[in-house]
Structure formats: C-alpha cells, structure tokens
Design a protein around this ligand. Structure first.
Ligand code: GLY
Ligand code: MN
Ligand code: MN
Length: 485
C-alpha cells in the first residue's frame, strides 16, 4: 500500500525515478547468462525484427531479442556460443552508413553497439558466414521457431544438426519480472489508466467509436508511450459482444454499453486494461445487473489472487460467481447446467461458457499476452509476476443460433430466450492489471470501475473539441459499420 502511494506521488509530480525505470546493462548481461546456463553446448541465433517491409511503418523490436540486449534497431541479431563452460556472445548490427542514415536515421553501428552493451559487434552482412561456420563446428543450434528460413538453411547445411526452439527458455526467463521491468509496466499501466479516465469522461451519444480510439491513443503517445500494445478495442452496442472487435467505426447511441479494451506499450512493456461504460453515462437496470455480476466475479478472482495461489483457484472462484449470477438472471438454466456443444466434443459444456468464453487472464510483459510462466497460467503466483484478470459476459443478440439443435438444447433455448432478448447486445468486460511483490498482489490499474465511480466520472465531463461537420461527413459517405445481425 505504501509503495503504491509513493508511485502515485512520483507520477503526479511528473518525474519518474529515471534510473529505476531503466533496465541496467548489468541486468541484460544477467539475462544472457541465465539463457546460456540453460543451453546445451552449441549456439543460439536470435534475429531481431527486420526493417518494416512496407511504407515506413513504425518499427517494433522482436521481444526476445529486446529482452536479451535492449537494442531497439532493425536488422540486428544476437549469436551466443557455448563450448564447455565458455560462453561467447556477438551482436550483429547494421553498420554506420551516413548515406542510408539520411533516410532512416542514425544507427548505433558496431562501435555504438559495443559501447552500449559491452559485447563485441560485427556487421550484419557477415552473420550468415559466421553462423555457417558455427553449424559446421557444433551439434546443437537454438533458433526461434518462426525463423523458418534460417532453420531450413542450417538443416540443409548440416542434416545431423539438432535444431531446438527457444520458447521454453524465454518463458522461464521472462515469466518473473525484475524491479526495473515492473517499473516500466507500472508506467505503461498508469498511462493506460489516464486514457481510460479521459475516454470515459468524453463519451456521449452520437460520437463514433473512432473518436474514443483517437483520444485513447493520443493520451498514450503524448505521455511517451511507444504505441498501443494491441489494436484498441472500442466496441459499442452489438460490438460490445465481439471479443476482438477493432474496426472502431460505429456511431454510439444512448442505451448502449461500450467496451474499451486498451493498452499502452511503454519502452516495450504492455498494459492491458478494459473498462465498460454506458454510452449515456448511466447504467440501465439490465446493464447494471450484468455489469455488477462481472465486477463481483472479478472481485472474487482478486481475492483468490494471492502469492502462492494457482490459477485453478482463481478460475473456480470466478466461474462460481458467474454461474450463480447467470442462473439468477435466467440466462442459464441453473448454476451447473450444461448443454450439448456439438462438434468434436462428446462431453456436454457448461452453459455459462456461452456467455463467458475466454480465459480469466494472462501474464503481461514485453508482449501483451506474455509467454511468461506467470502463476495466472501455470504454477503459483510469486513476486515478479504481472498479469491481468478479465472476466466478461457477452449476450449476443443471436446467441441462440450458436447452440446446436438437440432435444436438451431445444428445451434450454425455450427457457432462456426471454432473458437473452432482455439482455441482448450487452457485453461487459472488466480487465485490470496486477503486479506481485513481496508485499502482496498490487492492483496497478486504478481507473474507475465501480458503477457509482463510473457514473461520477462520466458526469465530470471533459470537453474535447470535435469537428461535428467532419464527423457528419463520415456518417454520410458510404459508412457501413459491421455489427452483429
Ligand atoms: N486486449 C487483449 C486481451 O485482453 O487479452
Ligand atoms: Mn485486454
Ligand atoms: Mn487481456
């Protein structure tokens, strides 16, 4: 609690503790050493992301490469060789080239890369020959699974070479975050919370989803975020029930809910926070029922999220609240009711999965769905874990069409049809981010989320200048929003 207060004050004062929020070079060296300690004798080839292929799109570094050295330039690679107890590491980078740099900006070059990391560096053009010589001399190569061309080349060069992936090692390393990483995550989360606050204070009937998307991403960038950590989801009305909706081009109406699932990426670290609010600022009785149920489920998940807890306990707690609540609303026949889900599955499915069909949460880090073995997915929660808890309930207007015909299902459809009509097009997801420290599980994404907090925030409107003429122009020039039927 005390820790959170300090962070909040530092955030308000507008200066982050600069050194704490940077990953020190010594930490990168420790990460490389940890990778090497897991390797068999052999070599690793880890390419970074290439220059974006089309249209000078912005560059985002490959997370595993970034994790091991923090180099944020395109066209680089890291090669690590383990022989006996000796580990040698070489960085390959684009060399300085003043004429090319006119177009794409200054490069670190080999000297700059060495000065930054302490590692020997060579021109990327010399890497293939270097790697070929390693293949000739070793029996084992580590290459990321998606580097298919490189893998094929090595296999062709030496069919007896054992080529292994790196996903397991990287999951183990990236799962538990260092204090410096957690600081960067907190920063990403704080910026995302700012965006949620501005978004909910700006929404009113008649606005388009893209106006909110614009405000969100404006808030990200003007606070120093790199970019959104995934495509922003601003889904109103029927779109609130589409899990990965991101066209964000529908005009919003009074009486609808809008799901805002957004996350800033800050120095590579991804936040992921969802708020769902009524477009007109006040929850209707139906919206209130569904919202409170999701919020109660999330609270049950939070109570179960303790250091040492596993995700099974969290899932059981959340499922139990959702099942009881859906049964009370008449959306499922009883808390433990099942239906014939068809397809390959022989065993029946729980009816609550028709309304809550995604996972409870996931680790966050350099990826928004981080590969870490955070306790949210496997194992138990421990200091260094960072994760989301994001229950949801989605009542699609055509929900009954999802249920395959069968005697049991037909009876069920008859019994829930009225409730489905009553709550149709209400989709609610509430997603928060948590960080585990020695002091316990910290709720890091403190945007308004109780019903009365959201209604109060939406009464406290921010006036955002908008050009109603241009928005009207959009409405009348071939606008074809894609929604559920
Ligand atoms: N925004 C993606 C997710 O919630 O997992
Ligand atoms: Mn999300
Ligand atoms: Mn998420």
């Amino acid at each position: 609690m005390k820790m959170r207060l300090i962070i909040a004050l530092v955030g308000l004062a507008g200066f982050a503790p600069a050194l704490a929020a940077q990953i020190p070079e010594s930490e990168y060296a420790q990460r490389r050493a940890a990778f090497a300690s897991r390797m068999r004798e052999g070599f690793l080839v880890l390419p970074g992301a290439p220059e974006p292929a089309r249209d000078y799109m912005d560059f985002a570094q490959e997370p595993n490469f970034f994790y091991l050295n923090g180099i944020d330039e395109p066209g680089a690679a890291l090669v690590m060789v383990k022989q006996g107890t000796t580990v040698t590491i070489t960085l390959f980078v684009q060399p300085r080239d003043p004429a090319r740099e006119v177009w794409s900006g200054f490069r670190l070059g080999t000297d700059g890369a060495t000065a930054r990391t302490g590692l020997p560096a060579r021109a990327i053009a010399s890497m293939d020959a270097f790697v070929d010589s390693l293949a000739a001399a070793h029996q084992v190569a580590y290459v990321p699974r998606d580097e298919r061309e490189l893998t094929a080349r090595l296999r062709a060069l030496k069919p007896s070479l054992t080529v292994l992936g790196i996903a397991d090692f990287m999951s183990a390393l990236r799962g538990r975050k260092s204090p410096a990483e957690l600081d960067l995550l907190r920063k990403a989360i704080a910026i995302t919370v700012d965006a949620q606050n501005l978004a909910m204070r700006s929404i009113s009937p008649g606005m388009n989803e893209f106006e909110i998307e614009g405000l969100v991403e404006y808030t990200f960038r003007r606070n120093g975020a790199d970019r959104p950590s995934f495509a922003s989801i601003i889904g109103s009305g029927p779109n609130s029930t589409t899990l990965h909706y991101n066209r964000n081009d529908r005009f919003m109406n009074a009486g609808e809910m809008v799901v805002m699932d957004i996350g800033a990426s800050y120095r590579g670290y991804a936040a992921d926070v969802t708020r769902t609010v009524p477009v007109n600022g006040e929850f209707s009785p139906e919206q209130r029922s569904i919202y409170q149920l999701v919020r109660d489920a999330q609270a049950a998940g939070e109570r179960a999220a303790k250091p040492g807890a596993n995700s099974m306990a969290m899932n059981i707690a959340v499922d139990s609240v959702i099942k009881q609540g859906l049964a009370a609303l008449g959306l499922i026949e009883s808390h433990d009711a099942v239906y014939d889900c068809g397809g390959e599955r022989v065993a029946p499915c729980s009816q609550h999965r028709l309304f809550y069909m995604h996972g409870l949460g996931h680790a966050i880090g350099l990826d928004v769905h981080d590969p870490g073995t955070s306790g949210i997915q496997v194992g138990t929660l421990a200091p260094g874990d960072a994760f989301s808890i994001e229950p949801g309930i989605y009542v699609r207007s055509n929900l009954l069409d999802i249920i395959p015909p069968s005697p049991r299902n037909d009876a069920m459809k008859t019994r829930i049809a009225a409730a489905v009509r009553r709550y149709a097009n209400i989709g609610v997801r509430i997603e928060d981010d948590y960080i585990v420290t020695a002091a316990g599980v910290e709720w890091a994404s403190r945007a308004p989320r109780e019903i009365q907090e959201i209604e109060a925030a939406m009464r406290d409107r921010v006036h955002v200048p908008r050009d109603a003429g241009k928005i009207e122009w959009y409405r009348t020039t071939g606008h074809q929003p894609r929604t559920t039927p």
